[in-house]
Write a protein that binds this ligand. Structure first.
Ligand code: FAD
Ligand code: DLZ
Ligand code: SF4
Length: 515
């Protein structure tokens, strides 16, 4: 990539981060193509603050390089620093400082980093160095911080459903005047079907690596050898056009069944009818609102039913915006929350997939191979298990942040700390997503091939989720016992005979000891 001759001191340095790969990025608005300089940098600090999956780093570096090529072709002045550049000083702030000096610039403009950590680092650095910094709001989100704060103010409970309705009204998506399309805001009750394994399964588009991607793959193989995950085969899109093709493929091949099978799991089918678009949306290759409008069009053209389209749009303008709002409302303390005081270390098999539990092995293997697992696997399999055995939520959080191609703290932490581990004590969800093997058996075909028996409640052959579920509830009764949404479960426990209770606790203790 080319470097530049220093320019006149009136120009600004515009920083474009690895997850800001959008042409209409806030920091680029009103910029002077002839005068301002864009900085993009592959840096060790961002690539290493958790041991990101190899595919995630390769995806991001290749997408960054392609984006830089695009900006250069559009006539922007741009410095791109590769990871192996001998002058690379390893951090975003270090590279900003170096660029300011090299180009004799004094002013920096960037779009607000999506993670608290990096935002604070840039702000602290600018304050210490007395550098003029303009940080612009990220206009790629539908709900800005102030609007979310206003929405949250004075509410006893911050439930997604009400926030989502506001986002529907604001965007006009699936609205007939001020009424929701189809007469209901939410069609989730139609979206909980298990999938039969003879259903036709579309696969996400496979994008062949070009020379830029091949160079990045070689770099990642060399520099991030010790990081988690398989690098090959690498099939992600790395450009806006490629991501757009992936969206079109999803809309024509999978969207119609997205709703029905959203919660289903099948052995050997990592993607089912999911879009596998989150890594593109989060990095800026796809605009979330444009994605929703494309999906809405499929409904009005008659190619996808309302339960699928509403369900999909809810994930993006509802959940995605809502978790971001919670993140910025509750940081910096949010990632340290540990309501249940869980202290266990994350079992090693989260990294190796070496476990006899078929559902866990399946989710972990595909995480290793594809840097992907769909929502129910993340929530009800790996997340559920970690919570039941009492893993320290911060360790769980760091694992999720590392292993998925779409993982950034702003979206990962509320999903993990809040939704999956209940470590925030109920800010995000009204009860813990704890479940026994029965739920996994209902929604998947894993149990048929498992060495454990999902129908056995206790003993060495019993599905570990069964005794662990009860042990979790009883272990945490002081914190969860008053939760009205768990009263039925606690009543069931109270009605159990002492022998049964003892057998549950003993089985759970044996499993926990063996960990
Ligand atoms: P689809 O199932 O096709 O959904 C469509 C889109 O909706 C996604 O691409 C995503 O943009 C959005 N979406 C869906 N659910 C959520 C949600 N709960 N929060 C925010 N956006 C959502 N999502 C991430 O983008 N990054 C993460 O690091 C992440 N970590 C998660 C950790 C846990 C424990 C859980 C339970 C969920 C997590 N999610 C995360 C949310 C969700 O699981 C992923 O967005 C989804 O699995 C990505 O796959 P997909 O693109 O095929 O999504
Ligand atoms: C995730 C990531 C990685 C792996 N590498 C880089 C990088 O080298 N350069 C960069 O600008 N951004 C990278 N990112 C994305 C940043 O970590 C991201 O901008 C912050 O986490 C804020 O969301
Ligand atoms: Fe998972 Fe239990 Fe079913 Fe095995 S029996 S696949 S551990 S739910």
């Amino acid at each position: 990539m080319n470097d530049l001759i220093p320019s006149a001191p009136t120009a600004r340095l515009i920083v474009v981060l690895g997850d800001q790969l959008s042409l209409d990025l806030a920091a680029l608005k009103g910029a002077d193509q002839a005068r301002d300089v864009i900085l993009m940098a592959e840096v060790a600090e961002e690539a290493g603050y958790v041991p990101h999956h190899k595919k995630k780093i390769a995806f991001l570096f290749s997408a960054m390089r392609h984006h830089a090529e695009r900006l250069l072709a559009m006539g922007w002045r741009l410095r791109y620093v590769t990871l192996d550049d001998p002058k690379n000083c390893g951090s975003i702030t270090g590279e900003i400082a170096r660029a300011l000096q090299d180009f004799c610039l004094t002013q920096v403009c960037l779009t607000e980093p999506a993670e608290y950590r990096l935002k604070a680092a840039v702000q602290d650095w600018a304050r210490d160095r007395q550098v003029a910094l303009e940080m612009r709001l990220d206009s790629r989100f539908i709900c800005d911080h102030a609007t979310f704060q206003r929405w949250a103010e004075g509410r006893k409970q911050l439930r997604m459903e009400y926030f989502y309705r506001d986002m529907r009204r604001k965007t006009g998506l699936l609205m007939q005047g001020d009424k929701p399309e189809g007469g209901k805001w939410n069609f989730d009750s139609e979206n909980r079907k298990p999938a039969a394994d003879d259903l036709f399964m579309p696969r996400p588009l496979r994008h062949a690596p070009d020379q830029i991607t091949k160079d990045v793959l070689a770099l990642v193989a060399d520099r991030f050898d010790t990081h988690f995950g398989e690098l090959h085969p690498f099939c992600f899109a790395v450009t806006q056009e490629g991501a757009q093709e992936a969206l079109e493929h999803f809309v024509t091949e999978a969207l119609a069944r997205f709703g029905d099978y959203q919660d289903a799991m099948l052995e050997g089918e990592p993607f089912l009818y999911h879009s596998v678009l989150a890594q593109y949306i989060n990095a800026g290759l796809l605009d979330p609102l444009a994605v929703c409008r494309r999906v809405e069009r499929a409904y009005y053209e008659g190619s996808a039913p309302l339960n699928a389209v509403e369900g999909f749009i809810r994930q993006i303008i509802g959940w995605r915006e809502y978790v971001r709002g919670i993140y910025w409302l509750k940081m910096p303390d949010y990632t340290q929350q540990n309501f249940l005081q869980a202290q266990r270390a994350l079992p090693d098999f989260y990294w190796t997939a070496d476990t006899d539990m078929a559902c866990m092995a399946s989710a972990l293997r595909q995480t290793r191979d594809h840097a992907y697992a769909h929502h129910i696997q993340r929530l009800m399999v790996t997340g559920n298990f970690a919570m039941l055995i009492g893993v320290n939520p911060h360790e769980v959080h760091e694992w999720y942040l590392a292993v998925y191609a779409d993982a950034y703290e702003w979206v990962e932490a509320p999903n993990v700390i809040g939704m999956s581990q209940f470590a925030d004590g109920g800010i995000l969800g009204s009860k813990p997503y704890a479940a026994s093997g029965n739920y996994i058996n209902k929604m998947s075909n894993h149990c048929a091939g498992c060495r454990y028996d999902v129908h056995q409640k206790t003993g060495p052959q019993a599905c570990p989720f069964n005794p662990l579920y009860w042990d979790f509830l009883i272990r945490n009764q002081d914190k969860l016992g008053a939760n009205p949404r768990l009263s039925q479960a606690y009543r069931t426990w109270d009605r159990m005979g002492d022998d049964k209770k003892r057998a549950y606790r003993q089985s759970a203790t044996a499993i926990l000891k063996a960990l």
